[in-house]
Design a protein around this ligand. Structure first.
Ligand code: NAP
Length: 248
Protein backbone atom coordinates (compact mmCIF):
# COMPACT_ATOMS: atom_id res chain seq x y z
CA UNK A 1 0.00 0.00 0.00
CA UNK A 2 1.35 3.50 -0.83
CA UNK A 3 2.69 5.28 2.21
CA UNK A 4 2.96 8.88 3.37
CA UNK A 5 6.35 9.75 4.81
CA UNK A 6 8.31 12.77 5.98
CA UNK A 7 12.11 12.88 5.66
CA UNK A 8 13.98 15.56 7.58
CA UNK A 9 17.01 16.68 5.58
CA UNK A 10 15.43 14.88 2.64
CA UNK A 11 16.81 17.14 -0.06
CA UNK A 12 20.44 15.98 -0.30
CA UNK A 13 22.63 12.97 0.43
CA UNK A 14 21.15 10.01 2.29
CA UNK A 15 17.76 11.68 2.78
CA UNK A 16 17.50 12.39 -0.94
CA UNK A 17 18.21 8.75 -1.81
CA UNK A 18 15.56 7.55 0.64
CA UNK A 19 13.09 10.01 -0.89
CA UNK A 20 13.69 8.86 -4.47
CA UNK A 21 13.56 5.17 -3.47
CA UNK A 22 10.26 5.87 -1.68
CA UNK A 23 9.05 7.55 -4.87
CA UNK A 24 9.87 4.37 -6.80
CA UNK A 25 7.43 2.54 -4.53
CA UNK A 26 4.74 5.12 -5.33
CA UNK A 27 4.88 6.70 -1.88
CA UNK A 28 4.22 10.37 -1.02
CA UNK A 29 7.12 12.24 0.53
CA UNK A 30 7.51 15.45 2.51
CA UNK A 31 11.05 16.56 1.64
CA UNK A 32 12.34 18.82 4.40
CA UNK A 33 15.42 20.98 3.95
CA UNK A 34 17.16 23.77 5.87
CA UNK A 35 18.13 26.40 3.27
CA UNK A 36 19.05 24.98 -0.16
CA UNK A 37 15.71 25.32 -1.97
CA UNK A 38 17.18 24.44 -5.38
CA UNK A 39 18.38 21.04 -4.13
CA UNK A 40 15.00 20.39 -2.52
CA UNK A 41 13.15 21.27 -5.75
CA UNK A 42 15.43 18.93 -7.71
CA UNK A 43 14.74 16.10 -5.26
CA UNK A 44 10.98 16.68 -5.44
CA UNK A 45 11.19 16.44 -9.24
CA UNK A 46 13.21 13.21 -8.95
CA UNK A 47 10.65 11.64 -6.57
CA UNK A 48 7.83 12.53 -8.95
CA UNK A 49 9.80 11.20 -11.95
CA UNK A 50 10.32 7.95 -10.03
CA UNK A 51 6.55 7.52 -9.62
CA UNK A 52 5.80 9.10 -6.26
CA UNK A 53 4.42 12.38 -4.99
CA UNK A 54 6.46 14.98 -3.12
CA UNK A 55 6.57 18.50 -1.72
CA UNK A 56 9.55 20.51 -0.47
CA UNK A 57 9.27 21.96 3.04
CA UNK A 58 11.76 24.46 4.41
CA UNK A 59 12.46 24.36 8.15
CA UNK A 60 15.14 23.88 10.77
CA UNK A 61 14.50 20.72 12.83
CA UNK A 62 15.75 22.42 15.99
CA UNK A 63 13.00 25.06 15.69
CA UNK A 64 9.91 23.51 17.34
CA UNK A 65 7.38 25.61 15.41
CA UNK A 66 9.09 24.87 12.09
CA UNK A 67 9.25 21.16 12.91
CA UNK A 68 5.52 20.99 13.74
CA UNK A 69 4.80 22.94 10.55
CA UNK A 70 6.70 20.40 8.41
CA UNK A 71 4.58 17.56 9.84
CA UNK A 72 1.41 19.63 9.25
CA UNK A 73 2.42 20.42 5.66
CA UNK A 74 3.06 16.75 4.85
CA UNK A 75 -0.27 15.62 6.35
CA UNK A 76 -2.15 18.47 4.66
CA UNK A 77 -0.72 17.49 1.26
CA UNK A 78 -0.95 13.70 1.51
CA UNK A 79 -2.96 12.58 4.59
CA UNK A 80 -1.92 10.82 7.80
CA UNK A 81 1.71 9.81 8.15
CA UNK A 82 2.88 6.19 7.90
CA UNK A 83 6.57 6.85 8.35
CA UNK A 84 9.15 9.42 9.42
CA UNK A 85 12.88 9.46 8.67
CA UNK A 86 14.69 11.39 11.37
CA UNK A 87 17.67 12.13 9.16
CA UNK A 88 18.73 15.80 9.33
CA UNK A 89 22.16 16.08 10.93
CA UNK A 90 25.34 18.11 10.74
CA UNK A 91 29.04 17.89 11.51
CA UNK A 92 31.46 20.70 12.25
CA UNK A 93 35.11 20.90 11.13
CA UNK A 94 37.30 18.24 12.75
CA UNK A 95 38.78 19.32 16.06
CA UNK A 96 39.96 17.97 19.39
CA UNK A 97 37.41 18.41 22.16
CA UNK A 98 39.88 20.63 24.01
CA UNK A 99 39.66 23.13 21.14
CA UNK A 100 35.87 23.18 20.68
CA UNK A 101 33.93 26.30 21.64
CA UNK A 102 30.49 26.23 23.18
CA UNK A 103 28.75 27.71 20.11
CA UNK A 104 29.86 24.76 17.99
CA UNK A 105 28.82 22.19 20.58
CA UNK A 106 25.42 23.86 21.12
CA UNK A 107 24.74 23.85 17.38
CA UNK A 108 25.64 20.15 17.05
CA UNK A 109 23.47 19.15 20.02
CA UNK A 110 20.60 21.48 19.04
CA UNK A 111 20.25 20.03 15.55
CA UNK A 112 21.40 16.43 16.01
CA UNK A 113 19.87 15.72 19.42
CA UNK A 114 17.14 18.23 20.25
CA UNK A 115 15.96 18.34 16.62
CA UNK A 116 15.88 14.55 16.45
CA UNK A 117 14.06 14.21 19.78
CA UNK A 118 11.47 16.81 18.74
CA UNK A 119 11.00 14.99 15.45
CA UNK A 120 10.57 11.66 17.26
CA UNK A 121 8.11 13.25 19.67
CA UNK A 122 6.03 14.61 16.81
CA UNK A 123 6.17 11.26 15.01
CA UNK A 124 4.91 9.57 18.22
CA UNK A 125 2.08 12.05 18.55
CA UNK A 126 0.95 11.65 14.94
CA UNK A 127 1.41 7.89 14.32
CA UNK A 128 0.49 6.26 17.68
CA UNK A 129 -2.80 4.40 17.40
CA UNK A 130 -3.84 5.52 20.91
CA UNK A 131 -3.56 9.14 19.72
CA UNK A 132 -5.55 8.72 16.52
CA UNK A 133 -2.72 7.71 14.22
CA UNK A 134 -2.65 4.60 12.09
CA UNK A 135 0.66 3.23 13.35
CA UNK A 136 3.86 3.50 11.38
CA UNK A 137 7.63 3.37 11.28
CA UNK A 138 10.19 5.85 12.59
CA UNK A 139 13.71 5.49 11.24
CA UNK A 140 16.40 7.41 13.12
CA UNK A 141 19.65 8.10 11.29
CA UNK A 142 22.51 7.60 13.73
CA UNK A 143 26.15 7.01 12.76
CA UNK A 144 28.91 4.45 13.29
CA UNK A 145 30.53 7.34 15.17
CA UNK A 146 28.16 6.51 18.05
CA UNK A 147 30.27 3.42 18.78
CA UNK A 148 33.63 4.62 17.37
CA UNK A 149 33.62 7.89 19.30
CA UNK A 150 35.03 10.26 16.65
CA UNK A 151 38.35 10.92 18.43
CA UNK A 152 40.31 13.96 17.27
CA UNK A 153 37.52 15.00 14.91
CA UNK A 154 33.97 14.79 16.10
CA UNK A 155 33.49 13.59 19.68
CA UNK A 156 30.62 16.08 19.93
CA UNK A 157 28.95 14.64 16.83
CA UNK A 158 29.63 11.06 17.98
CA UNK A 159 27.96 11.77 21.32
CA UNK A 160 24.97 13.33 19.57
CA UNK A 161 24.56 10.08 17.62
CA UNK A 162 24.92 8.02 20.80
CA UNK A 163 21.82 9.84 21.97
CA UNK A 164 20.01 8.73 18.82
CA UNK A 165 20.81 5.08 19.56
CA UNK A 166 19.47 5.47 23.10
CA UNK A 167 16.36 7.24 21.82
CA UNK A 168 15.77 4.31 19.48
CA UNK A 169 15.99 1.74 22.28
CA UNK A 170 13.68 3.63 24.64
CA UNK A 171 11.11 4.83 22.16
CA UNK A 172 10.79 1.44 20.47
CA UNK A 173 9.73 0.01 23.85
CA UNK A 174 7.44 2.96 24.54
CA UNK A 175 5.59 2.70 21.21
CA UNK A 176 5.57 -1.07 20.61
CA UNK A 177 1.89 -1.43 21.57
CA UNK A 178 0.99 1.74 19.70
CA UNK A 179 1.64 0.30 16.27
CA UNK A 180 4.81 2.34 15.80
CA UNK A 181 8.13 0.62 15.09
CA UNK A 182 11.29 2.58 15.91
CA UNK A 183 14.65 1.61 14.43
CA UNK A 184 17.99 3.24 13.63
CA UNK A 185 20.47 3.07 10.81
CA UNK A 186 24.14 3.64 11.55
CA UNK A 187 25.81 4.69 8.27
CA UNK A 188 29.58 4.42 8.01
CA UNK A 189 31.65 6.35 5.45
CA UNK A 190 29.11 7.39 2.85
CA UNK A 191 29.81 9.60 -0.16
CA UNK A 192 27.76 12.75 0.45
CA UNK A 193 28.47 16.45 0.83
CA UNK A 194 28.48 16.23 4.64
CA UNK A 195 32.24 15.59 4.59
CA UNK A 196 32.89 18.85 2.72
CA UNK A 197 30.84 20.66 5.35
CA UNK A 198 33.26 19.19 7.92
CA UNK A 199 36.22 20.51 5.88
CA UNK A 200 37.27 17.11 4.40
CA UNK A 201 35.55 16.54 1.05
CA UNK A 202 37.61 13.38 0.36
CA UNK A 203 37.06 11.83 3.81
CA UNK A 204 34.68 9.05 2.72
CA UNK A 205 36.96 7.97 -0.13
CA UNK A 206 40.19 8.20 1.90
CA UNK A 207 38.92 6.25 4.90
CA UNK A 208 36.44 4.12 2.97
CA UNK A 209 39.20 2.07 1.33
CA UNK A 210 40.23 0.95 4.83
CA UNK A 211 36.86 -0.67 5.56
CA UNK A 212 36.53 -4.48 5.25
CA UNK A 213 34.54 -4.04 2.02
CA UNK A 214 37.28 -1.69 0.77
CA UNK A 215 35.31 1.32 -0.43
CA UNK A 216 32.97 4.02 0.85
CA UNK A 217 29.22 3.43 0.67
CA UNK A 218 26.74 5.24 -1.53
CA UNK A 219 23.73 7.20 -0.34
CA UNK A 220 21.52 4.71 -2.18
CA UNK A 221 22.97 1.81 -0.18
CA UNK A 222 21.83 3.57 3.00
CA UNK A 223 18.55 4.70 1.44
CA UNK A 224 17.63 1.09 0.61
CA UNK A 225 17.95 0.13 4.29
CA UNK A 226 15.85 3.10 5.35
CA UNK A 227 13.08 2.28 2.90
CA UNK A 228 13.10 -1.37 4.01
CA UNK A 229 12.64 -0.27 7.63
CA UNK A 230 9.79 2.00 6.53
CA UNK A 231 8.15 -0.81 4.59
CA UNK A 232 5.87 -3.61 5.80
CA UNK A 233 8.63 -6.09 4.89
CA UNK A 234 10.26 -5.22 8.25
CA UNK A 235 7.02 -5.59 10.23
CA UNK A 236 8.59 -7.55 13.15
CA UNK A 237 11.68 -5.32 13.43
CA UNK A 238 11.71 -2.71 16.17
CA UNK A 239 14.41 -1.40 18.49
CA UNK A 240 17.07 -2.48 15.97
CA UNK A 241 20.19 -0.48 15.20
CA UNK A 242 21.46 -1.51 11.78
CA UNK A 243 25.07 -0.82 10.76
CA UNK A 244 25.43 0.08 7.07
CA UNK A 245 29.18 0.51 7.21
CA UNK A 246 30.88 -1.98 4.88
CA UNK A 247 31.94 -3.83 8.03
CA UNK A 248 33.65 -0.86 9.70
P1 NAP B 1 24.23 16.00 3.76
O1 NAP B 1 24.56 15.44 2.42
O2 NAP B 1 25.07 17.10 4.33
O3 NAP B 1 22.69 16.49 3.70
C1 NAP B 1 22.13 17.07 4.84
C2 NAP B 1 20.65 17.29 4.65
O4 NAP B 1 20.12 17.75 5.90
C3 NAP B 1 20.32 18.37 3.64
O5 NAP B 1 19.08 18.04 3.07
C4 NAP B 1 20.21 19.62 4.51
O6 NAP B 1 19.40 20.64 3.95
C5 NAP B 1 19.54 19.03 5.73
N1 NAP B 1 19.73 19.79 6.97
C6 NAP B 1 20.89 20.19 7.53
N2 NAP B 1 20.64 20.85 8.70
C7 NAP B 1 19.30 20.85 8.86
C8 NAP B 1 18.42 21.37 9.83
N3 NAP B 1 18.87 22.04 10.89
N4 NAP B 1 17.09 21.19 9.66
C9 NAP B 1 16.60 20.54 8.58
N5 NAP B 1 17.38 20.02 7.62
C10 NAP B 1 18.71 20.18 7.76
O7 NAP B 1 24.19 14.86 4.88
P2 NAP B 1 24.18 13.25 4.75
O8 NAP B 1 25.57 12.79 4.63
O9 NAP B 1 23.15 12.83 3.78
O10 NAP B 1 23.72 12.88 6.24
C11 NAP B 1 22.39 12.55 6.56
C12 NAP B 1 22.39 11.92 7.95
O11 NAP B 1 23.24 10.77 7.92
C13 NAP B 1 22.93 12.84 9.05
O12 NAP B 1 22.17 12.66 10.23
C14 NAP B 1 24.34 12.34 9.24
O13 NAP B 1 24.82 12.60 10.55
C15 NAP B 1 24.16 10.86 9.00
N6 NAP B 1 25.40 10.17 8.63
C16 NAP B 1 26.06 10.44 7.48
C17 NAP B 1 27.23 9.77 7.18
C18 NAP B 1 28.01 10.01 5.91
O14 NAP B 1 29.15 9.47 5.78
N7 NAP B 1 27.51 10.76 4.96
C19 NAP B 1 27.74 8.82 8.07
C20 NAP B 1 27.04 8.58 9.24
C21 NAP B 1 25.88 9.25 9.52
P3 NAP B 1 20.10 21.88 3.11
O15 NAP B 1 20.55 21.31 1.81
O16 NAP B 1 19.02 22.89 2.96
O17 NAP B 1 21.25 22.34 3.95
Amino acid sequence: MPKVILITGGSRGIGRSAAVLAGKRGWSVGVNYASNAAAADETVAAVIAAGGRAIAIEGDVSDEAALIAMFDATEKAFGKLDGVVNNAGIVAPGSALADMDIARMKRIFDINVLGAYLCAREAARRMSTSRGGRGGSLVNVSSAAARLGGPGEYVDYAGSKGAIDTLTIGLSKELGRDGVRVNAIRPGLIETEIHASGGKPDRAQTLGVQTPIGRPGTADEVGESIVWLLSDASSYVTGAILDVTGGR
